[in-house]
Write a protein that binds this ligand. Structure first.
Ligand SMILES: Cc1ncc(COP(=O)(O)O)c(C=O)c1O
Length: 389
């Protein structure tokens, strides 16, 4: 049962609570099955493999992937992004990314750049966190740019990026696009074939409602020929030799999977499908609008990101003049039982663009699928007291 005393507004970090079906699937795995997947043939192990196959199929259907084996299970969003970036880029390549990215994109790219393997161009966003596709077009170096790594939606301002236009520009120039959907997956519809996404990396434990320790990477058919495995090891397949299998998903899934987590993730996705992503999105838009409208008139508050709730997720960053975001988060927690996050949110560069680099970043409040209207109202009331008290 969720802790009814607290108001959980840290869903951009990880979602809470999860659907009951997720809890019971994980409980059933650990209590009644317990076996690893893909290694043995006794009945519990076969059942676990079946449930993992089912989760993979659900994920593939959810994102409209061509086949379930295009979905690689990882341990979080960071893991998926590292696989895509380190697996794809080679000495001499040029990559483009943006200043709206999370460190799980920025740091692997910086690492490769520091080792003098690749060069990177970082595209600024505007003060609402939005990237202009024309800037990306200008940064492409024909014959040298291999990758554009772009977030679908900012984890600081909630800004939804124009990924369709970016993908079109990239493909006109034979550039591969990696979309970081850690924040958007489970909140916005994503059809990888319709959008033409080459690589889709996401966490499983945020909007997709799976447990922590889950993530996934979609790889467009054929691209696996260009992406190296960055970890090698036991896969339960082709065990008679010491060469990493080339078949998917085994090529990228070495070592025991987080079976309980993946089974739970499958239930998270089933929940989203049952509720309908469009309805959930409309609810999120309504709550975001209510939240921003309630906070905007309060003295001293600055709210970041697009004004129109349809242009953003329910991820709301703000600052209160004269107060450190960490102190504000502590007051919200101690006096009102509101769970928020303060600081830079692992996305250092966007703070330069929105002007919060020198003042400790922002306070972030993020709405989830289970957030209630009354919780938003109580949070607005709390801010009213803090700002006017
Ligand atoms: C935009 C974005 N990308 C990537 C990540 C990394 O995801 P994970 O925490 O699952 O590694 C996050 C996490 O907050 C994120 O917000």
């Amino acid at each position: 049962m969720p802790d009814l005393k607290s108001i959980y507004l840290d869903n951009a970090a990880t979602s809470y609570p999860k659907p009951e079906t997720v809890y019971s699937a994980v409980d059933n795995y650990y209590r009644n099955l317990g076996a690893p997947a893909g290694r043995s043939a006794y009945s519990q192990a076969t059942r676990v493999q079946h449930l993992i196959n089912q989760s993979r199929l659900r994920v593939a259907n959810f994102f409209n992937a061509e086949f379930p084996d295009r979905i690689i299970f990882t341990f979080n969003g960071t893991d998926s992004l590292n696989l895509a970036i380190h697996g794809l880029l080679e000495k001499g390549d040029h990559a483009i990314t943006t200043m709206a990215e999370h460190n799980s994109v920025l740091r692997p790219l910086r690492n490769l750049e520091t080792c003098q393997k690749i060069t990177v161009t970082r595209i600024p966003c505007d003060t609402s966190g939005r990237i202009d596709p024309a800037d990306i077009k200008k940064a492409i170096i024909p014959g040298k740019t291999k990758l554009i790594a772009v977030t679908h939606a900012s984890n600081v301002t909630g800004t939804i990026q124009p990924i369709q236009e970016i993908i079109e520009i990239a493909h006109q120039n034979n550039v591969i696009v990696l979309v970081d959907a850690a924040q958007s997956a489970g909140h916005l519809p994503i059809d990888v074939q319709e959008l033409g996404i080459d690589l889709l990396a996401t966490a499983g434990h945020k909007g997709l409602l799976g447990p922590l320790g889950t993530g996934l990477l979609y790889i467009r058919p054929g691209l696996e020929e260009q992406i190296k495995s960055i970890r090698q090891g036991g896969t339960g397949s082709q065990s008679e030799n010491d060469l990493q299998p080339e078949i998917l998903p085994d090529k990228y899934e070495s070592g025991n999977l987080n079976a309980g987590g993946i089974i739970g993730l499958g239930e998270g996705i089933a929940f989203l499908q049952e509720k309908g992503l469009d309805q959930l999105r409309e609810k999120e838009i309504g709550l975001t609008k209510m939240f921003i409208n309630g906070l905007e008139p309060l003295p001293g508050l600055n709210i970041f990101g697009p004004e129109n709730p349809r242009d953003r997720l329910g991820v709301i960053s703000l600052t209160l003049e004269g107060m450190d975001p960490q102190d504000l988060a502590a007051i919200l927690d101690d006096s009102y039982g509101i769970c928020s996050r303060a600081g830079f949110h692992c996305a250092p560069e966007i703070h330069q663009q929105i002007g919060t680099s020198d003042s400790g970043g922002t306070l972030r409040l993020s709405i989830g699928h289970f957030t209630l209207e009354e919780e938003i109202q109580k949070t607005i009331d709390a801010f009213n007291e803090i700002c006017t008290g």
